[in-house]
Design a protein around this ligand. Structure first.
Ligand code: NAI
Ligand code: MG
Length: 353
């Protein structure tokens, strides 16, 4: 019997609604498989925990997660009561940085049964590999003076090591996919870090002669994701560019409620973390209408990461089958509840497995 220890952090808002649903799906996957077991270790960390303890997770939080096979996270944020930078940096970023989750991967794929806001999009299926540890999201800088003399300096940090490993990851993924990597640059406007980014991209691409590679300025690339998303396979981008491009990816899929994401630890020292793209959606929390697909698809990415790719594929097949049957939540034009969609996915799993 294979056993996986999963640390679970439902977090805030709809995270608490969609996480139990995704766990139900994973339990169903284990039941169907027969030789597989998930051990879920759940942690009540997040904004409510913060209001009680004045911290988003306990002092030894990271060490409690450290030995798990993966971390499964819902969403974090309760903006009415806790400022977003406190909740984000106190939990999410702490785990991403503390566990050296240096790569963020987000797929954007036209799912059967979901209407993209694009008119007549051709079938698209691309992955954005986002550098997740440095780049524009650095803490180097500061503010001095005040009033009209005030100055803010924010330094971007690009290391050869950091850039190279993100690009290597992208090329390796492309080898298993359509064999095409597009790099997001902006070397016409950002004259130091982006020409450096381009140099590293050229160096890495030479190691993969069978993979087609291209560079695009990020503004043009963002536009191409709208006008011809079907032409992309793997996109590699810096922290900021990747953040923006993946939101475009989620948007053209049809709803932010369906997109999954993975924060990958590459050196094997710490677990990787899997979380949907969406946040805690306080505007719909408590109504039972949150779309569980983002969390469930994220569970598929976790299965893939654990080496259970066949099962992962089945989960996505079940999701698409259910959407095709028209069983969907309101954000994608349906009338079903969170639980009804999950029930249908579990039923469908039984028939596709
Ligand atoms: P959000 O993703 O929570 O919501 C944006 C819009 O999409 C809302 O109208 C919401 O109802 C809708 N939506 C999101 N997920 C949905 C789902 N599964 N089903 C149906 N509709 C869904 O982003 P927002 O409103 O900017 O942020 C709310 C809170 O979440 C903030 O505190 C923010 O910091 C946090 N947040 C956390 C993230 C994380 O934990 N990774 C990511 C993004 C935001
Ligand atoms: Mg974002």
């Amino acid at each position: 019997m294979k056993k996986y220890n999963i640390s679970v952090i439902p977090g805030d808002g709809i995270g608490k609604e969609v996480m139990p649903e995704a766990l139900r799906v994973l339990r169903a996957v284990a039941d169907i498989h027969g030789g597989l077991k998930f051990e879920f270790d759940s942690h009540p960390w997040g904004c409510e925990y913060y209001l009680e303890h004045n911290q988003m997770m306990p002092e030894d939080g990271l060490s409690r997660l450290e030995n798990s096979d993966a971390i499964f996270l819902g969403a974090v944020g309760y903006p009415k009561l806790v400022p977003d930078h406190v909740s984000l940096w106190g939990l999410l970023v702490k785990i991403r940085r503390g566990f050296e989750q240096v790569i963020n991967v987000r797929p954007a794929k036209q799912l059967v049964g979901i209407q993209s806001p694009l008119v007549n999009p051709r079938d698209f299926d691309f992955l954005v590999v986002r550098e997740n540890s440095e780049g524009e999201y650095s803490e180097v800088g500061g503010r001095i003076h005040s009033g009209s003399d005030e100055i803010a300096i924010q330094n971007a940090v690009f290391t050869r090591k950091g850039v190279e490993r993100a690009m290597e990851y992208a090329f390796k993924l492309a080898e298993q996919r359509q064999g095409y990597v597009a790099s997001a640059t902006k070397s016409n406007g950002i004259v130091h870090s982006m020409p450096f980014w381009d140099d590293v991209f050229r160096d890495v691409s030479e190691k993969y002669p069978d993979i087609k590679s291209d560079s695009f300025h990020v503004d043009a690339l963002a536009a191409f994701l709208v006008t011809r998303p079907h032409t992309f396979d793997v996109i590699v981008a810096s922290n900021l560019f990747g953040d923006i491009l993946t939101d475009v990816g989620a948007a053209i899929m049809g709803s932010i409620g369906i997109g999954p994401a993975a924060n990958i630890n590459l050196n094997g020292k710490y677990p990787s973390m899997f979380e949907p793209v969406h946040g805690s959606a306080p505007d719909i929390y408590g109504q039972g209408i949150a779309n569980p697909v983002g969390q469930i698809w994220t569970g598929k990415m976790m299965l893939d990461h654990l080496g259970e790719t066949e099962l992962g594929d089945k989960v996505l097949e079940a999701i698409e089958g259910v959407l095709e049957d028209g069983i969907k939540t309101a954000d994608i034009g349906g009338t079903s509840s969170t639980t009804e969609v999950t029930d249908a996915i579990i039923e469908k799993l039984k028939s596709v497995c």
